[in-house]
Design a protein around this ligand. Sequence first.
Ligand SMILES: O=C(O)Cc1cc(O)ccc1O
Ligand SMILES: [Fe+2]
Length: 449
Amino acid sequence: MSGDARKTAEGLAHLSGFGNEHSSEAVAGALPEGRNSPQRAPLGLYAEQLSGTAFTEPRAHNRRSWLYRIRPSAAHPAFTRTGNGSIRTAPFTQSVPDPNRLRWNPLPEPEAGTDFVAGLWTLGGNGDATQRTGMAVHLYHATASMERVFSDADGELLVVPERGGLLLRTEFGLLHAEPGHVALIPRGVRFRVELLDDDARGYVCENYGAPFQLPDLGPIGANGLANARDFLAPVAAYEDDEGTAGPVEVVNKFCGNLWTAAYDHSPLDVVAWHGNHVPYVYDLRRFNVLGTISYDHPDPSIFTVLTSPSDTPGLAGVDFVVFAPRWLVGEDTFRPPYFHRNVMSEYMGLIEGAYDAKAAGQGGFVPGGGSLHNMMSAHGPDRETFDRASGAELRPQRVDDGLAFMFETRWPVTLTPHAARAEHLQPRYDDVWQGLERHFAPSPRHPLH
Ligand SMILES: O=C(O)Cc1cc(O)ccc1O
Ligand SMILES: [Fe+2]
């Protein structure tokens, strides 16, 4: 919230490139040369490896970083259980999976003093965090910067801000994320979220499965969609805090529960690092949107920013998909999203403006709200959108009044009881498809009639 924090955020240096073997040192000479674990690490630092994949996973998927820190992470007291707040974790077994189309308004206002972790509210998810499969959908609404430090052993966190800028102080350095950007915190990486505005609101995909990667491009070629160089990792920055202002609370999410410990130093004490298990930010407006230049509405997989693959080729545990500003030029084409039923389950959120399958306006699909179209549930344009698009003159049309996204996952999303009963769950979402009139008029000249 302070002007200083915003100035810090806006002046940050970055390392560019997705999946790169980056290296960074906040103090010259802190990074060992030619080896990871010298007998004595430079400058009296401790060397430590953080593995995001098994040691033996194929090189193309292997994620690990080496950290050179003031204290080893091992130097900490015991963790004890603390309250989980509104955070829940897979397996989600407390509700019956719901085939209905569901839509929520934004979260209600939190109390003053709610930090990012306290402001997390789990909508639902699938899989099993202990098996490292599946995902959870969370929303957050925070009114205060974190003083504590958080890490998630259960998965990586894809943060999608919708309101309010964030300064993420991570073990690897500082990242700045505004609405329209996404930030990714890898599994196990410790961080603190500071607010750059009065409050902050958004969405989080917690991915228990394989780390997000860029989708293959196939016949698209060597460029396009999210370009690797637009993913920005931090440069090393460290806190040298020996607990003089009191202990540092560190909260660890582990197999669905929050655990806390009072450290006598800040664990954000990494002076240098190298590797590819790193946090990053990406500006969704950099997405190179591809689509038809002839006819028909392509499947939204063409808008995939990041994908978490499963063991079955082409079948993602979860895809992160963005509906960014673009031109629609399809000839003789119903241009908005088509009516469909999908074996994958679709959670959609809105960062800004409106979405082209749903009429704009209060009480509908609004920024900060979300919709869930579970496996095989029938959905698509609402009546107003259908009527408008079926009669529209098909001039080239720029769609630039919104920024929506989708977490598309291979398994149905089961709700938490608090999401299923939420006051901000819209009661009559089905009605948007009411009044889609019958237009069928068998032609008397048609051979079958
Ligand atoms: O349901 C939605 O709005 C998401 C979506 C968009 C699209 O362009 C095609 C299919 C699809 O599921
Ligand atoms: Fe859909």
